[in-house]
Design a protein around this ligand. Structure first.
Ligand code: PLP
Length: 234
């Protein structure tokens, strides 16, 4: 997948970016988004069965490949696709699927990283450490800065194989200086804690004005409740 270019990345994953441009990039497959409200995968009691959905998605991919896929790219909160939070345990299960197939786990935190979701990185919610982490947006505080962060092992292999990539602004000292300052301030002012605190206030307020999408008498406080309600009222 073309690195760091929204339309390149989008062309592989969402249909709107491909309209009028023919088929998607070869070698890309898509797993279903774990969307509690829309998914047809249900336990007998009607609750969402994300695990069956994920296993089924992988079973389909396994049938279509030779078993040599490189990596999964995933957001910890599906952002442009609808602000969908992953079910607890989902990222861990995804990592297990990757390990089983010798694939890397790339977590895209362009939208969620740098303290925005209550931890410095949203992958911390499920205790899963990615092999590669991508950052953008907050990192440059409005300037065009992104980062691809990997393990030492991956860096070593890239170097040995002569991996080569550049763009006009690669390692631009101006935006790098801004990025370093952003890291300093996010840590200094404890932005993750601020986001957590403000997020709780906002969530509580939204839950108080919403009704459960599944049952109007329900008093559940699940995070899917609010977004599901907005959907139902579309
Ligand atoms: C989730 C996600 N990943 C990657 C990108 C690409 O970011 P950039 O163009 O800054 O590299 C975006 C941009 O909107 C995004 O939302």
């Amino acid at each position: 997948m073309p690195d760091g270019m929204t339309h390149g990345a989008g062309a592989a994953t969402f249909s709107v970016g491909r309209r009028g441009y023919g088929p998607q990039l070869p070698g890309n497959f898509t797993l279903p988004v774990p969307y509690a409200y829309r998914s047809p995968f249900r336990h007998p009691d009607g609750s969402y069965d994300w695990k069956a959905e994920l296993d089924y998605g992988w079973a389909l991919i396994d049938r279509q490949t030779t078993g040599a896929l490189a990596a999964v790219i995933i957001e910890p909160i599906v952002s442009t696709g609808g602000i969908i939070t992953l079910p607890p345990g989902y990222m861990k299960a995804m990592k297990e699927h990757c390990v089983k197939r010798g694939m890397l786990l790339i977590i895209d935190e362009a939208q969620t990283g740098m303290g925005r979701t209550g931890d410095m990185f949203a992958f911390e919610h499920d205790g899963v450490v990615p092999d590669i982490l991508t950052l953008s947006k907050t990192l440059g505080a409005g300037l065009p800065l992104g980062a691809t962060i990997c393990t030492e092992e991956i860096e070593r292999v890239c170097h040995e194989r002569g991996f080569f990539y550049y763009t006009t602004h690669l390692n631009d000292p101006l935006v790098c200086a801004v990025g370093a300052k952003v890291c300093e301030i996010v840590k200094r002012d404890n932005y993750p804690e601020q986001a957590r605190r403000k997020g709780e206030v906002l969530k509580e307020g939204l839950l108080n004005v919403s009704t459960c999408a599944y049952d109007s008498d329900c008093s559940c406080k699940k995070s899917t409740r609010v977004s599901a309600t907005f959907e139902a009222e579309d």
